[in-house]
Design a protein around this ligand. Structure first.
Ligand SMILES: [Zn+2]
Length: 169
């Protein structure tokens, strides 16, 4: 595949460019960056699975940004450490990652309202999805939590201040 070969070439280029400056793969920063990447890929796979009629290309940049920001939110809040604790309130962690993700995407210049729309759409296209799994709040609950006035206002302020909202809507 052409893309694969281009990717390999680009990787070789960066390896030469950053020779001696790369972190060891066991370095905590490398491990953390890899965890973020793994979460992002799994998050995107789940997004496509939940919306069988749409391929990843059919999602807007803002929707993809919302999913990526949520997964980064888990890592920023160090949930991988908290997840080891059986007593931890897992639905609360999801809402927390949603909240951090909302602010992250707004700061990157993506309209935070897209995150709410995305969750509403998933909830409409998959009624009953996750209802049996008490580790996850429902998508309706997640959308409601993001539309709370103080949460959305904070995200919209960050979005406006990002100065990129003219380019990305
Ligand atoms: Zn999550």
């Amino acid at each position: 595949m052409m893309e694969k070969r281009l990717g390999d070439l680009a990787l070789e280029d960066s390896k030469t460019e950053y020779k001696g400056k790369l972190l060891h793969e066991k370095d905590p920063h490398s491990v953390r960056a890899k965890l973020i990447l793994k979460n992002i890929i799994q998050g995107l796979e789940r997004l496509v699975k939940r919306n069988p009629d749409r391929t990843l290309q059919a999602f807007t940049d803002g929707e993809v940004a919302a999913v990526i920001a949520h997964e980064v939110g888990h890592v920023v809040a160090r949930h991988h450490v908290e997840f080891l604790d059986v007593l931890v309130n897992k639905p609360k962690l999801e809402l927390e990652a949603d909240y951090i993700g909302l602010l992250l995407m707004a700061s990157a210049g993506y309209n935070p309202r897209i995150a709410v729309e995305l969750r509403k759409n998933i909830s409409l296209s998959n009624p009953g999805f996750l209802k049996e799994d008490h580790n996850y709040p429902s998508y309706e609950e997640r959308a409601n939590s993001l539309t709370q006035a103080h949460v959305m206002e904070q995200a919209l302020t960050i979005y406006k201040e990002s100065g990129r909202n003219i380019l990305l809507t």
